[in-house]
Design a protein around this ligand. Sequence first.
Ligand code: SF4
Length: 233
Amino acid sequence: MVSENVKQLLDEAIVRNTIREDRDYLGVSILGYNCLRKIQYSWKYTAPDSTHSAKTLRIFQRGHLFEEMVATYLRNAGFELITEKTRKLEDLPLDFMDGNFGGHADGIIVSGPAIEGLSYPFLWENKAVGVKSWTNLIKEIPLREKDNTYATQIAVYQAMLGLPNPALFTVVNSNTMEIHCEFVELDTEFAQKALDKAHLILSSTENELLPRVSNDSDYFECKMCSYKQTCWE
Ligand code: SF4
């Protein structure tokens, strides 16, 4: 069918045009994974067991599109937002530990409407998620109990960028387009533990494999891991 041919061309195009970001630093966004070995694989560009499908790549792109959308909403609401697009990267120091550890914070809100209890400046992080993650992320419990990866990202940026005020975490439900907003207090102890973890990973030698999260390949995290084959076979 002609429509199937067109769909195939679209899928092939996104796979062909997606450039794998080989970074020479440990990314903040993966530091919150529970498995040290998985972080090591991701950091050292180990090829995943299979390449990402066109659908998965579109989901990754969705995150960037929704981030820009919410940034526009914030500006329209009167918040002054600094992002990599509005300020030169060198003015927004996002690499730490001599360039071996770093990432891309979504933005910093430097001023905006006077709201009682709101102190500027503060970090802004945004996620676009499906229904399952949305249901988890809107729970009224600390972020680190809902998603350790997101909580780690925010804590590290708050600590390393010198932004002690509570960070704004926005989440878009990509099905219903609802937006969840919550403020995340800086937990210095949690941030320090994350930085200690980064030091541990960075000090691992080229040939040393860091510990697995479990001794059982059927452990739930291993079942979902994109390095399962590499790790266990
Ligand atoms: S398969 Fe399990 S132990 Fe191995 S890297 Fe993945 S999560 Fe870690």
